[in-house]
Design a protein around this ligand. Structure first.
Ligand code: NDP
Ligand code: MG
Length: 384
């Protein structure tokens, strides 16, 4: 049996550690040849000792220095730095599969690099498609590269579409848990704390996506992500509230038949599916117990309660550079909130104002997208 060789971007994060857990459960099927992380050298050093990758990238020179010190003289892994380092990981000649699990639009360049090298992409980093969807999808088409979704909703849709004809699909229904503040009114939202925002009811995830879930920006990004991954117009992409996160998403066909993918909320399932596709493998995780759950709950999406989801549809429909601006403004605003510099509802205000101030460019090049991203970052800071 042949080992599938993996390069992993964002190894020290929530998706990254879950990916390594899946790899460790299947040492005969999967191997890690390259890792990229930011600055969590403590954890990265452990990962390097366990998985012995040939190449390791960290975000800063300081982190590289610390990593070398932690690994000691026996270290066999080559250490590289910065965005160039991350790109080397993405292009690693022995990797056939690249898992993109960094957070934010820094994922765009290494993802494009991996596509250029013809590697299969496991896409967790949704900001890549929100920022540069048209460019990334075009590159993947031209190279004949598969982009396999890792985001649980898109993995669910992808699984439901196996063996089906795309033209017979009538819509996709993306489920949303509602995030940390789903039981609060907008009035109550003005007083919430960072600590409360970071406590997601169903999923344990990185800080940024946990905040994005509370604002429903995450669902907006997922709508845009679905638009690009499944080549669907926005009026065929719906969202509904489903509090338990058991149904990961659904697809409806022209005959009104609906298919859904269900399971306990565990990201290792969609991660492993992307890694093992088109096969399935055993996975050590909790089996779904519907009898114990008894009931599943649903409610219609409330766009007034979640204006960033509304804005995501608007930016998605406007196209061009608007979604790149939406993403960049949101990255800045969430970062400010995580640092305690702004209140929760100011995230919405900053993102809305930045998008309103933008003059979009239709059919943008990658350079125009990156310029819009940079513009949005400075604009968003000015609206703080
Ligand atoms: P985390 O914050 O947990 O992890 C982010 C990872 O990216 C860390 O390894 C971090 O390194 C690394 N990183 C951050 N900035 C840089 C940089 N400049 N250069 C190199 N590496 C960097 O995020 P998550 O794992 O939660 O999310 C990752 C992506 O997956 C996001 O796009 C998210 O939207 C998506 N996703 C996540 C889900 C989840 O369940 N967590 C579900 C669906 C999608 P370090 O910590 O070492 O600094
Ligand atoms: Mg998701």
């Amino acid at each position: 049996k042949r080992v599938k060789r993996i390069a992993l971007l964002g190894s020290t994060g929530s998706i990254g550690t879950s990916t390594l857990d899946v790899v460790a459960q299947h040492p005969e099927q999967f191997g890690v040849v390259a890792l990229a992380a930011g600055t969590n050298v403590e954890l990265l050093a452990e990962q390097v000792k366990t998985f012995r990758p040939q190449l390791v990238s960290v975000a800063t020179e300081e982190a590289a220095f610390d990593l070398r010190a932690k690994l000691g003289p026996d270290n066999q892994s080559e250490i590289v730095v910065g965005s160039e380092g991350m790109e080397l990981v993405a292009r690693h000649p022995e990797a056939e599969f690249v898992m993109t699990a960094v957070v934010g639009s820094v994922g765009v360049a290494p993802t494009l690099a991996a596509i250029e090298e013809g590697k299969t992409i496991g896409l967790a980093n949704k900001e890549t498609l929100v920022c540069a969807g048209p460019v990334v999808m075009k590159a993947a088409r031209e190279k004949g590269v598969a982009i396999i979704p890792v985001d649980s909703e898109h993995s669910a849709i992808y699984q439901c579409l196996q063996g089906e004809r795309r033209e017979e699909l009538s819509r996709v229904i993306i489920t949303a848990s509602g995030g940390s503040f789903r039981h609060l009114t907008r009035e109550e939202l003005s007083h919430v704390t960072l600590e409360q925002a970071l406590a997601h009811p169903n999923w344990s995830m990185g800080a940024k996506i946990t905040i994005d879930s509370a604002t429903m920006m995450n669902k907006g990004f997922e709508v845009i992500e679905a638009h690009w991954l499944f080549d669907l117009p926005y009026d065929q992409i719906e969202t509904i509230l489903h509090y338990e996160s058991i149904i990961h998403s659904m697809v409806e066909f022209q005959d009104r038949a609906v298919m859904a993918q269900l399971g306990t909320p565990d990201m290792r399932v969609p991660i492993q599916y992307a890694l093992s596709y088109p096969h399935r493998m055993p996975l050590m995780t909790e089996p779904l117990d519907l009898v114990k759950l008894g009931t599943l709950h649903f409610a219609g999406m409330d766009f007034g309660r979640y204006p960033l989801l509304q804005l995501a549809y608007e930016c998605g429909r406007a196209g061009g550079t608007y979604t790149a601006v939406l993403n960049a403004a949101n990255e800045v605003a969430v970062d400010l909130f995580l640092k305690g510099s702004i209140g929760f509802l100011t995230i919405e205000t900053i993102v809305r104002k930045t998008c309103d101030a933008h003059k979009g460019i239709p059919n943008p090049t990658l350079d125009e997208i990156f310029a819009a991203d940079q513009w949005a970052r400075s604009q968003a800071r000015a609206f703080m």
